[in-house]
Design a protein around this ligand. Structure first.
Ligand SMILES: Cc1cc2nc3c(=O)[nH]c(=O)nc-3n(C[C@H](O)[C@H](O)[C@H](O)COP(=O)(O)O)c2cc1C
Length: 201
């Protein structure tokens, strides 16, 4: 494949990926999930500290996650209230919306706290690799965060240290929805070109 053809395919994958919030209940085979995880580890990463951590939750493990999510939701309301019960159930259902849920953690491999932003950036790049690979494999995925990512009990349950961070969960399955082509603002809006014309490049 020529480099131009590669770029065309890559653009198709990048632009064709959409957040897929509705997936079928049947689980993709483990080999596909392994491919998604493997792609994550090829992300750029300063000093190659490999700060990504993954917890793959399926079956009953998703129910345990749902329990945590439900409890966190309920805690926002007066104990025992109808709102607490409804929000608890909503949280619990969330974890069951895909057959495979992957928690995306960051475990900083650097001592200097100033460098932690690099570790989060590396794991974010890893997560995008996962989303693109899932899309290329015909899977649907949604990266979801919310207040739960700050819950110390959830972080601990997922095996993350106090310094570690939870970037969210990627919900994966076979797509059960069609998605519209998304729209993005042209690059001019966000780009300040400096020196380009003068250099003749
Ligand atoms: C870090 C991160 C957290 C996200 N959290 C949520 C979330 O909690 N709930 C949600 O509906 N979508 C969440 N999303 C998905 C975005 O809403 C979605 O990417 C956005 O609507 C653009 O759509 P697209 O992914 O189809 O391009 C998250 C995306 C990222 C990158």
């Amino acid at each position: 494949m020529s480099s131009n053809e590669t770029a065309v395919v890559l653009k198709q994958v990048i632009e064709g990926r959409r957040t897929i919030g509705k997936v079928k209940p049947e689980s993709p085979p483990r080999e596909l999930i392994e491919q998604v995880l493997d792609a994550a580890t090829w992300a750029p990463n300063h000093r190659l500290t490999e700060p990504w951590r993954f917890v793959v939750l399926t079956g009953q493990a998703r129910e345990a996650l749902g329990w945590f999510m439900g409890e966190q939701n309920a805690a926002r309301h007066p104990a025992g209230s109808a709102e607490a019960d409804a929000d608890r159930e909503r949280g619990a259902r969330k974890a069951l919306r895909a057959p495979v849920v992957i928690a995306i953690g960051v475990e900083p491999g650097v001592k200097d706290e100033l460098d932690e932003i690099e570790e989060i950036a590396a794991v974010s790049a890893a997560a995008q690799n996962m989303l693109l690979t899932a899309h290329a494999l015909g899977l649907g995925a949604k990266w979801s965060s919310g207040a739960i990512i700050h819950d110390p009990a959830v972080k601990q349950w997922l095996g993350l240290s106090e310094r570690g961070a939870l970037l969210g969960f990627i919900y994966i399955g076979y797509p059960d929805m069609t998605s519209e082509r998304s729209v993005r603002t042209p690059i001019e809006q966000f780009t300040d070109w400096r020196g380009w014309d003068e250099s003749g490049a």
